[in-house]
Design a protein around this ligand. Structure first.
Ligand code: SF4
Length: 627
């Protein structure tokens, strides 16, 4: 597609995409993503045509393109290579490997080659920490990068072979399940949980069911199936697995009781927290359980439609997941009159994200589902009453829906028998970093950090980052703490650092992550994360002073008080956690006792001096001697 005008073929391709998405404005992100995949960017002419077709201002289309990292209005090259840049990728040498590929391709990182063939850059964690370093080529994930594999990739690029024709073994991603429990070892067949849920009701009443609010309002004694299933979820004491730990039954009941003609169920599969990859495994190998849990939820709350919001980095899972949905429709587990129950109708669409960590926040995710920039909403109102297109919406994490399906099948008391008094069931942990056996561990709640470290074959561990950068960093003296909502609540990331690692550099990597992922909506976060990053870089460069650490503590106060969402609230956590527990590593970086500005003004003038050919004393700021 050219930037100025579309060829007849390009216009036809674009129209076909628009048509497939019903020319609905809430499909904007999906339309843009498909054009990006088709053409390598979204040209100006396509933007205009999309704006007209969807009845949107051009500025809205441009705003959405600018918001998501995987969309671009300008070409990046026929091949866009993005190296995953989580701390574990760093530990596995991702930057040296990036440099190797750039040398092979005669490229500068971050710039497209002059012939428009290829560009190479970094991106946030791609969810391959157990088999890193990872990268994406035109959105397709490749694990286990080594120099040898990069040489193969470089040859394929230079040959101009389409990514879809590359050897399949390059893209082979393992589940790496190291320990399975009630969830990963379940023997449910598709439909078992739904049949069990339906069997709890009086079938004669359920048969009358129409999955709408009017049906419920018209029935003084509503069908017992949904109520009985909700009671099982309540008895199980299921809490959301996305990190916040909200009570699932309360969320479902609130949505069920909210005013509105339509209800929606949304599965948050935007697993963007660096260090977590357990949803990747659930979606790859337990998709039926995920969709079954969503359908059980729809049955309880009375929803007719659901969405699985899949992170863009998991693009490779899209077709396999679509195939599972197709099979479930064929088997009467989705669609109209599910399992032959009149009125119990529900179907699921998959929406693919486009590289924005903040969309993991449920209200931002809903904005993104509506085809907008993924900026978190003001709350209240909450999604359970005003969610997708302002309709009552239940949003849960992938793992939560899997647990809900298990509970629907086996009952609340069965589920609650595992775990602790306040944290029922098991937790999937994504274990990565310095250990012999990285991968997925399903452990009962109450398992200690020390036990998990032993299972993973970790030695000489000095720290574990629990729940990714927005979580908690703990040291050796806390390894007896437990994975549980009442102690270490976690979305599942468990990143191990042995005593060879510089914990300051870990915190610096996370500071870069937050600055990169701040959506920019509110000034305290946009500016605050940039200041944090600059301060950590300054300390790294040996220009830090103790007052910088004090500044970070103050910055944390400001962000907690004034940032709009959790990203801003937690941005300073890794720095403050490591500062508290590993102060000596910071002190080693602090060469100055006095204040040093984070911005090197004289350094910024270097290029001007080069251009003018001057390097005398007057061409430097006062006090900055000429070399
Ligand atoms: S706190 Fe940060 S991520 Fe959240 S809305 Fe504000 S700018 Fe966006």
């Amino acid at each position: 597609m050219s930037t100025d005008s579309l060829t007849v073929a390009a216009a036809a391709a674009l129209d076909a995409i628009l048509e497939r998405h019903g020319r609905r404005p809430e499909q904007l992100l999906q339309v843009l993503r498909e054009i990006q995949e088709h053409a390598g960017h979204v040209p100006d002419a396509a933007q205009l045509r999309i704006a007209r077709a969807l009845g949107l201002p051009l500025s809205r289309v441009r705003g959405v393109i600018g918001f998501y990292a995987f969309l671009s209005p300008v070409p990046w090259g026929r091949y866009r290579v993005l190296f995953s840049d989580n701390i574990t990728d760093r530990m596995q040498g991702n930057l040296e490997l990036l440099d190797h590929l750039c040398r092979r391709l005669l490229l500068e990182p971050g710039r497209m080659s002059e012939d428009g063939l290829v560009s190479v850059d970094t991106t946030s964690c791609t969810g391959l920490c157990d088999q890193g370093p990872g990268l994406l080529v035109n959105g397709w994930a490749i694990p286990g990068i080594s120099r040898e594999r990069l040489d193969v990739i470089a040859d394929l690029i230079l040959e101009g072979r389409p990514v879809t024709a590359w050897p399949a073994e390059l893209f082979a991603i393992a589940d790496n399940v190291r320990r399975a429990g009630m969830l990963l070892d379940n023997d449910l067949r598709p439909g078992d949980a739904l049949r069990a849920a339906l069997a709890r009701g009086d079938l004669s009443e359920v048969e009358q069911a129409a999955n709408t609010r009017s049906w419920r309002e018209a029935n003084m004694a509503p069908p017992q199936g949904p109520v009985a299933t909700l009671n099982e979820i309540r008895a199980a004491n299921l809490r959301g697995r996305g990190g916040a730990g909200f009570t699932t039954a309360y969320k479902w009941e609130s949505c069920r009781n909210a005013q509105g003609e339509q209800r929606y169920v949304v599965c948050n599969a935007d697993e963007g927290e660096p260090g977590t990859f357990k949803d990747r495994v659930l979606l790859a190998s337990h998709a039926d359980l995920v969709f079954e849990g969503m359908t059980v939820c729809a049955y309880v709350v009375g929803a007719g439609r659901g969405f699985l919001y899949l992170r863009g980095e998991y693009r490779y899972l899209l077709e396999p997941l679509e195939a599972v949905l197709t099979r479930r429709r064929r088997d009467g587990l989705l669609g109209k009159d599910i399992l032959g129950i009149p009125g119990f109708s529900f179907d699921i669409d998959i929406h693919l994200g486009a590289g924005a960590y903040v969309c993991g926040e449920e209200s931002a995710l809903i904005e993104s589902l509506e085809g907008k920039r993924g900026i978190p909403r003001n709350r209240p109102p909450y999604p359970v009453t005003h969610g997708y297109l302002k309709h009552p919406t239940t949003v849960n994490n992938v793992e939560t829906f899997c647990a809900a399906a298990l509970i629907a099948a086996r009952g609340g008391e069965w589920y609650r028998a595992t775990g602790t008094a306040k944290s029922a069931g098991t937790k999937l942990m994504s274990v990565a970093g310095d250990c012999a056996l990285p991968g997925i561990y399903e452990v009962p709640f109450g398992t200690t950090v020390a036990e998990l470290l032993e299972m993973a074959g970790a030695e000489h561990t000095q720290a574990v980052q629990i729940s990714g950068p927005s979580g908690t960093c703990i040291g050796v003296d806390e390894f007896q703490r437990r994975i549980a909502f009442e102690d270490l609540a976690t979305a599942g990331a468990f990143t191990i650092f042995d005593d060879s690692r510089d914990m300051f550099e870990v915190a610096r990597n996370y500071a870069h992550f937050f600055a990169h992922e701040s959506c920019g909506f509110c000034t305290p976060c946009r500016v605050g994360t940039a200041i944090l990053k600059a301060t950590m870089d300054k300390i790294h460069e040996g220009r830090g002073a103790p007052c910088d650490l004090h500044e970070i503590a103050q910055l944390d106060d400001v962000l907690h008080q004034s940032a709009h969402c959790g990203l801003g609230h937690t941005a300073c956590n890794p720095t403050l956690d490591t500062l508290k527990r590993f102060r000596p590593v910071y002190d080693r970086h602090l060469d100055h006792l006095d204040f040093e500005p984070a911005f090197d003004l004289d350094g910024a003038l270097r290029r001007a001096r080069q251009m003018t050919g001057r390097d005398d004393a007057d061409a430097h700021l006062d006090g900055e001697p000429a070399p």
